[in-house]
Design a protein around this ligand. Structure first.
Ligand code: ADP
Ligand code: MG
Length: 739
């Protein structure tokens, strides 16, 4: 391969280089959480009464009063200073992807001409970042000029380099969320309240229901030297051109294969950093595509898991550069091979230690299990379009429905046993159940499904929302995305379904109590079965066990009334559906105003991404590809001329035939590229005149994005004929195989 000659590969220098800071004898359990102000450290650095109050704040969401905040800040600063920290920052998750931070030092004037280090409760709890440049969809200009960040005490403070990092929400002065965390916390509260109420049918002792998230992060690695020679990767995160490598993933030899040595060193280093930050990383392996890998932690409470994923993505980027790599988190960096996703494994569990999405041992436990499965499906069914909107982005759009990742229709796969359980509840005649239950006393006719029987191999890889034994796996989330977006929609949808379920069960109980008086039956269980049966019927359209990529499914899904829209800007419209607004408002997660503002940001971001890609594609075409192709063409022309002087005319004609054909082909292809790039520029000018962000995004989707393929096609053909030594960009075969 030519890349060592054509480009500087930095890889060799980094092989085996030890970069981690831990001693080789240290065990992960010893350095886990070393850089986190976790409970152990709170216990050590805070007075007992302050510690107790902090735990109450964390566990029960009680308010933190200012004097306590001062004491907490003092303890934090002491710990931080012992670890060489000089700065602190409020860390938040703006509506652009990624995280934002602004560092301040602890340094203050001491009033006596000197300096001292200071960090008060006030600084810990609230800040006013100069945030006018973060997208707000007009919220801040409409309502209030300023936004502020406020500490989220449920996510612990941690240290990165010399800085104390404080996880915060970011909101406008009038209370609108300008970030992902604020609505996420509200959605988690809503699902906690709704699920706890439903749990009380089964166990009055339950005080709290927690939403769990275990994400599986996929990513690509590319050698830093090669990356630097690809302006498209650098500026857009994906390759806008590049012919298929002769070998890519067709041998299926990468998945679970041996991890290359250099990558192994990177992973090891990354894991150490992650563990020190309290991210419980556990699994690493190769993915399907060459150079594609996955990292997964043990699941955690959703808010913390989201923070940890955001943190991991930024740590990953830093560590990769130390190893001479660049991480590609884009959902589709390379055409023709698999893209990257981030499966979101999600479940609910109680403070009494019950996993609500796991089957139990008794009929009653399985009724509870069926309740949570069915009401999850109800939420997903009612809001399937919204859930798709929650994972949609300009970058993830390349992946969805592209025959590898989940299709662009949300459906749920349950597996044989759970399907049978639901069918059984649905079909058994109600009076039969009552009669049957009568004979059995308290027993309900709910079949038992021992946990072990829930078969993990019984999987449908094409399903975007699959039940996998004790959780649902939302597979449509993009690798680059903030999981919060999906988690806000999912937890809200399930909260609404549970609330609605509870209302209907409660109205039915009194009438059933009368009917069942003296029979020894529990009215509430029969009411639950009644409502479940209704819901199993209602949400049936969301259940699909077949091939999600097939064309028949698209037709069938449309018949079932599921959302089959594939245009990204139109999919975002689902946020403003009456049902979505009603749900978010009634649960107190987001107001209509917030939803509108956030959609403005989504449309604007979509447009900008396509705009940047269009520019990069145009520039590369005109400055890299056409000049190089033309220069090769001149070489060929010189050769043709010289052949004419070296050989008699007839012979020269024969010998020149191939080169003349190439010369013509290059002329045609470069001319086509030039025309298409001009058309692209013109189309952009037209779209840019549209004032409305929604309509502009639609124009970018409908008219600009589809123009890329025709240009790329010509470039990729040129890549095959132009002299390899001249080609200005590292090729797929070079980018994709780490040595
Ligand atoms: P896979 O076979 O899909 O790779 P893993 O066993 O590696 O599955 O788990 C993937 C993720 O799912 C991990 O983060 C794991 O901790 C998480 N997970 C497992 N059980 C649950 C659960 N009940 N709720 C939420 N996440 C879970
Ligand atoms: Mg998985």
């Amino acid at each position: 391969m030519a890349n060592e000659l054509r480009f500087q590969v930095v890889g060799e220098a980094f092989k085996k280089k030890p970069l981690s800071v831990v001693a080789p004898s240290e065990k992960p359990s010893e350095y886990f959480g070393r850089k986190v102000f976790n409970r152990q450290k709170m216990y050590k650095y805070l007075p007992k009464s302050v510690y107790d109050q902090m735990i109450d704040v964390i566990e029960n969401g009680t308010r933190l009063d200012r004097t306590v905040a001062d004491a907490v800040a003092a303890g934090m600063m002491q710990w931080a200073q012992e670890n060489g920290v000089t700065h602190y920052t409020h860390w938040f998750q703006p509506l652009t992807e990624g995280t934002a931070e602004k560092h301040d030092s602890f340094i203050e004037h001491d009033g006596k001409g000197g300096m001292i280090e200071e960090f008060s409760g006030k600084l810990l709890v609230q800040q006013e970042p100069d945030a006018s440049s973060f997208p707000s969809g007009g919220i801040r200009s409409t309502f209030e000029a300023r936004g502020y960040s406020a500490w989220d005490p449920t996510s612990p403070v941690f240290i990165m380099d010399d800085t104390l990092i404080i996880p915060t929400v970011f909101i406008s002065y009038s209370g609108e969320a300008l970030d992902y965390k604020a609505p996420l916390l509200r959605a988690l509260k809503a699902v906690n309240v709704a699920a706890t109420e439903v749990c009380h049918y089964f166990d009055p002792e339950v005080k709290k229901v927690v939403s769990n998230l275990g994400w599986e992060q996929e990513y690509f690695l590319v050698d830093e030297g090669l990356y630097a020679a690809r302006p498209d990767l650098l500026l857009t995160g994906r390759t806008l051109m590049g012919h298929d490598s002769a070998k890519n993933q067709q041998m299926d030899d990468h998945y679970f294969g041996a991890i290359p040595e250099r990558v192994q060193a990177f992973m090891k280093d990354l894991e150490i950093h992650a563990l020190e930050l309290g991210i419980p990383v556990k699994t690493r392996h190769n993915e399907v595509a060459p150079n594609q890998f996955e990292l997964a932690p043990i699941f955690e409470e959703t808010n913390l898991a989201v923070d940890h994923n955001m943190l991991l993505m930024s740590v990953m980027k830093k560590v990769a550069r130390k190893h001479g790599f660049r991480v590609l988190l884009h959902e589709k960096p390379f055409a023709g091979i698999n893209g990257s996703g981030k499966h979101n494994n999600w479940s609910l569990s109680t403070d009494t230690g019950v996993l609500l999405h796991a089957p139990g041992k008794t009929a009653e436990q399985n009724l509870r299990f069926a309740t949570f499965i069915v009401e999850t499906l109800m939420g997903v069914y009612r809001h399937n379009g919204l859930l798709k909107a929650s994972i949609m982005s300009a970058t993830n759009a390349h992946r969805l429905g592209a025959n590898e990742a989940p299709p662009a229709i949300i459906s749920s796969f349950l597996g044989k046993q759970v399907s049978e359980l639901l069918d059984h509840i649905e079909k058994a005649d109600k009076d039969d159940i009552l009669a049957f239950a009568g004979k059995q006393g308290m027993k309900m006719d709910i079949p038992e499904i021992p946990e072990l029987l829930i078969d993990n191999t019984d999987r449908n890889r094409t399903s975007p929302f699959a039940f996998t034994g004790n959780r649902f796996e939302f597979r449509a989330v993009g690798s680059e995305a903030n999981c919060a977006s999906a988690m806000i929609a999912l937890n809200s949808a399930v909260a609404e379904a549970l609330e609605d379920f509870k209302k209907r069960v409660d109205t039915r109980i009194p009438e059933l109590e009368k009917k069942l008086a003296g029979t020894g039956h529990t009215a509430k269980f029969h009411a639950i079965i009644d409502v479940l049966r209704e819901d199993i019927k209602t949400c049936k359209p969301i259940r699909f066990d077949g091939n999600g990529y097939s064309d028949e499914w698209k037709v069938e899904a449309a018949k079932r009334g599921l959302d089959t829209e594939t245009s990204c800007p139109k999919i975002f419209e689902r946020y403003l559906d009456e049902a979505s607004i009603k749900m978010f408002e009634s649960l107190g997660v987001m107001t209509e105003k917030e939803l509108e503002a956030r959609n403005e940001v989504k449309w604007e971001t979509y447009t900008k991404k396509i705009q940047i890609e269009a520019r990069v594609l145009g520039d590369l075409s005109m400055n890299h590809i056409i000049p190089v192709a033309t220069s090769y063409q001149s070489q060929l022309l010189r050769n043709v001329e010289r052949m004419c002087t070296a050989f008699p005319a007839d012979k020269a004609k024969e010998l020149n035939a191939r080169n003349l054909k190439l010369i013509e082909e290059i002329a045609q292809r470069t001319a086509t590229i030039e025309t298409k790039v001009e058309e692209l520029v013109e189309a952009r000018k037209v779209a840019n005149k549209i004032g409305d962000e929604h309509q502009k995004a639609i124009a970018y989707h409908d008219t600009i994005a589809p123009m890329f393929d025709a240009i790329r096609y010509q470039i990729d053909k040129l890549e095959l004929i132009v002299d390899d030594a001249l080609w200005p960009l590292p090729k797929y075969r070079e980018l994709l195989f780490i040595r």
